[in-house]
Design a protein around this ligand. Sequence first.
Ligand SMILES: Cc1cc2nc3c(=O)[nH]c(=O)nc-3n(C[C@H](O)[C@H](O)[C@H](O)COP(=O)(O)O)c2cc1C
Length: 363
Amino acid sequence: MTVWDSLKKPIFCLAPMEGVTDRAFRGVIAAAARPDLFFTEFTNVSSFASEQGRTNALNRLKISATDSPIIAQIWGKNPNHFATLASSLKSLGFSGIDLNFGCPDRHVNRAGGGAAMIRTPDLAIDCLRRAKLNSNGLPVSIKTRLGFTYLEEYKDWLPTLLKERPAALTVHLRTRKEMSKVPAHFELIPDLLALRETFSPETKLLINGDLKSRAMCLDLWQQYPSLDGFMLGRAIFDNPYLFSKDNHVPTKTELFNLLNLHLDLYESNNIEPLKHYFKIYIKDFNGASALRTKLMECKDVESIRLVLRAGRQDRSCRRTAAYERGPASATPATAGGRDSRPAKRTVDRKRANAPLLKSKNLI
Ligand SMILES: Cc1cc2nc3c(=O)[nH]c(=O)nc-3n(C[C@H](O)[C@H](O)[C@H](O)COP(=O)(O)O)c2cc1C
């Protein structure tokens, strides 16, 4: 039995996010409220296959006990390199292998990987087959988009993949061209379910894109009970307790504790990437913005701890009324991308994600 068969439906996954879902952040989310399945950031198969790239690739593939079960996401365009990396993942502790056939990043696509695979289906299938043949029994899944340029592409592209009987297929409900600029195409879920039924009934089908909360997913699941699961990405920036079963809205203290844990787990001497996460933890109380500014000026982890300690004790830092109300739960009715949250939260969220998203065309 593979990990995909062992998890209860609906399966909740934290989406792979480059520069976000590294080992430290996964540790934080595991401590807050873990999803059923974690994914790594994507790792390039050709880096792993090369002498110069291997150490870096292996670093990206380090996992902790609290990550388990976790799936390694890999990308590239060289079938031999897919085989090489796939053959190593079981011994590294992974429960599955996911092929990234959906990343819209220009550099990734120019290198022939990610969503570019939608335009080279024969190569995609070759890579998939080589990964499967060399996976030492690990299940191989795929994450992709509906098409590269046109929405209708899904009618050929998804059957092409499904005919290979992947263990699971996660569809980000947009084309590559649409990036994340248009609402996800929830209206196509019935078509996707029908394609899965026709071409590979045993493949787990998960959807991704614009899923804002567990409650929203459960509403969708009531509507489409044959969906196997949901993959949520950016919503974790709004609430690290996203996967809690009771829709937990964290207190200021809980969020401070999570940032402290993130500092404990952080492994690099370069603290600049760490600063991208501050807005996840330091928000929604009077003085949050000023405290974040102080944190951004820090030069090392120890000074971050000191600033945090002072901020924790500052009794003027009370939570704002808007925050006390908690996040408005999104429902399928708003699933078309229109956010039902108060305008203030929407603006805050965009700001929160800006540093993570600006430099990366990953969504
Ligand atoms: C910062 C960032 C990095 C991402 N990196 C990856 C990645 O490494 N692999 C991948 O398959 N998707 C990646 N994505 C896409 C997400 O997995 C997901 O498909 C996308 O964000 C849409 O889902 P959401 O609306 O729940 O965020 C990334 C997205 C973001 C925001």
